[in-house]
Design a protein around this ligand. Structure first.
Ligand code: FAD
Length: 548
């Protein structure tokens, strides 16, 4: 078996190592355009920020290691320039200029995705970068060493925000420009509020609903002209506006690609040519939750796909389950994470869903150091099957989203979340873990025990339909901020002050995070009142209405 692999980083290197573990006899040739294989793309922003001090740490493995330990024929500085499926050869061009045809029995293509460089005036000026590999990072580092006081990061996705954090670490005044009307566009907008607040508290200027229109050189360095007409100045611009699958070879070879350019593969990661497999950022996969095609450029899927493709090359029928988009970001000590579908996507696809919000602490509140988080769990309103989850906050967000990611993959329901047994001691969690709590709140809604309304629905109610908004927190909490027109009856006085409530008006009860509001709802409903709880309470309200 002669296996040729194009691309030597996440998907390609994983495929190569797995292939060797499956076959000592195979000839495995790994072709990589750049000088490095298997480097840590995900660590690049942290090297720029100085968090990772040594460049060498970014090299997860080296060509030498792949040669000696795995007996892989690693050919760096070698670009695959053409695939000829009819002859089963790959045309390879070495950096020095030599070209040759490399025969294969099976081919795994893992060329990744290239950062998008929008065709804007001046986009190729010195000082304007994208970030994909060590070459990019070296160039940015050189620019930083030359003296950068102000930087502009265009694109507020995961990479953009990591860059912002690391530039600020270096003492650089940084402005973030994002076309969408929110940062972190994969998340639902309200879940990004704490991230925006954190960025602002670290001096980052955030311009959402704004786009770079042109660049020009100035005495100061660079000027970034925005669509609104405003101009930003800086000595460094980094573009993080998304990536595009590297599909040119596949297209030229006649392989099928999807509408967004991803190479089409079946569940065995086989392209439209059965001898050619494709993995990683270059492919279109199936959305695990929604079922349609999707392109999700993440390291986890790329690495696992590399293994699966190698399995299939060596006759082990191995299926890829689809991508659910589990992702996490850390920025200035805050964490944002998600898995599965967002409310935005479900709404766009007109898929019915319901969402609940909770704001638990990562571990028992009485044990020192507890940090609050917000979890949003989305589920099917008929069956309770999980559809997605998002979390934002401090410690413990990553753990809960990982648990929910597994629950989602196991196609569990919110009723299962009520029952899951998770490790507990006060410094790690709570006897009712946030996962259980999310299950209780969601299942309570499904069973009709805990009717809830969400903040947008409350805000959308016209004056005529406006219910009594009943704040059941303490007067001190009420005084510190409340929903306009709310009436304050603390939960402990509610049973004594029922006569003050209008007899025939629906009631939306709320507290700080939803728990006292739930109790109020239960009290009132058992008295025959039309009462619902505001999902996630005042804290969720402030996510939607950060300015009051
Ligand atoms: P790549 O890792 O991009 O590898 C493709 C390789 O193929 C490249 O080295 C390229 O030079 C080579 N190649 C392309 N064409 C040819 C050719 N014709 N001939 C020879 N070689 C070729 N994901 C996460 O899940 N979490 C993170 O925190 C995270 N952070 C990231 C931070 C940054 C700055 C970047 C850039 C990416 C990050 N990612 C993260 C995304 C993750 O790195 C990618 O999803 C993953 O590397 C994709 O793997 P891949 O094998 O498909 O492509």
């Amino acid at each position: 078996m002669k296996l040729v692999i194009i691309g030597g980083v996440a998907g390609g290197a994983s495929a190569a190592a797995r292939a060797r573990r499956l076959s000592e006899a195979a000839e495995i040739i790994l072709v990589e355009r750049g000088p490095d294989v298997s480097f840590a793309n995900c660590g690049l922003p942290y090297y720029l920020g100085g968090v990772i001090a040594e460049r060498a740490k970014l090299l997860v493995t080296t060509p030498e290691r792949l040669r000696t330990r795995f007996r892989i024929d690693v050919r760096t500085q070698s670009t695959a320039v053409r695939i000829e499926p009819a002859n089963k050869t790959v045309r390879i061009r070495e950096t020095g200029g030599r070209e040759y045809d490399q025969p294969y029995d099976k081919l795994i293509s893992a060329p990744g995705a290239a950062p998008i460089r929008p065709p804007l005036a001046g986009v190729d000026l010195p000082g304007i970068f994208t970030l994909r590999n060590l070459h990019d990072v070296d160039q940015i580092q050189t620019r930083l060493h030359a003296g950068v006081r102000q930087a502009v990061v265009v694109g507020a996705g995961f990479i953009g925000l990591e860059l912002v954090e690391n530039l600020v670490h270096r003492g650089i005044s940084t402005t973030l420009v994002e076309l969408a009307d929110q940062v972190l566009p994969p998340l639902d907008p309200e879940m990004t509020t704490p991230i925006v607040e954190t960025l602002k508290s670290h001096g980052v200027e955030i311009l959402t609903g704004e786009a770079a229109a042109a660049f020009r050189a100035t005495a100061e360095g660079l000027a970034v002209q925005l669509k609104s007409g405003r101009e930003l100045t800086g000595q460094l611009v980094v573009l993080g506006v998304g990536v595009r699958p590297e599909n040119a070879l596949a297209v030229e070879a006649g392989l099928e690609v999807g509408a967004r350019g991803g190479i089409k593969v079946n569940e065995f990661l086989q392209t439209s040519d059965p001898d050619i497999f494709a993995v990683g950022d270059a492919i279109e996969t199936t959305d695990f939750v929604l079922g349609g095609p999707t392109q999700v450029p993440l390291a986890g899927p790329a690495n696992r796909q590399g293994r699966i493709a190698a399995d299939n090359v060596f006759g082990r029928a191995s299926k890829y389950r689809g991508t659910q988009g589990t992702a996490v970001l850390g920025v200035f000590g805050r964490t944002a994470a998600m898995t599965g579908a967002s409310a935005k996507t479900l709404r766009r696809l007109e898929r019915p869903f319901h969402a609940v919000y909770i704001h638990p602490t990562d571990h028992a509140g009485y044990y020192p150091g507890a940090e609050q988080m917000t979890l949003k769990v989305l589920f099917d309103p008929e069956t309770g099957r999980l559809l997605g989850a998002q979390g934002v906050g401090g410690a413990g967000v990553d753990k809960r989203i990982d648990v929910l990611a597994i629950a989602l993959q196991a196609r569990l329901t919110v009723f299962d979340l009520e029952e899951v047994e998770l490790a507990y001691a006060p410094q790690y969690g709570s006897a009712k873990d946030p996962i259980n709590m999310a299950g209780f709140v969601a299942a309570g809604w499904l069973r009709g025990d805990h009717p809830q309304v969400d903040v947008p629905s409350l805000l959308a109610m016209s004056d005529d339909a406006r219910p009594l908004v009943l704040d059941v927190r303490t007067p001190e909490e009420f005084a510190a901020g409340h929903i306009p027109h709310a009436m304050n009856v603390p939960i402990d006085e509610l049973r004594l002050r029922l006569a003050e409530l209008p007899a025939d008006r629906p009631i939306v009860a709320y507290c700080q995070v939803g728990q006292r509001g739930y109790l109020a709802t239960r009290i009132l409903r058992q008295l025959g009142k039309d009462a619902v709880n505001l999902s996630g309470g005042y804290r969720t309200y402030r996510l939607w209405q950060p300015n009051g």
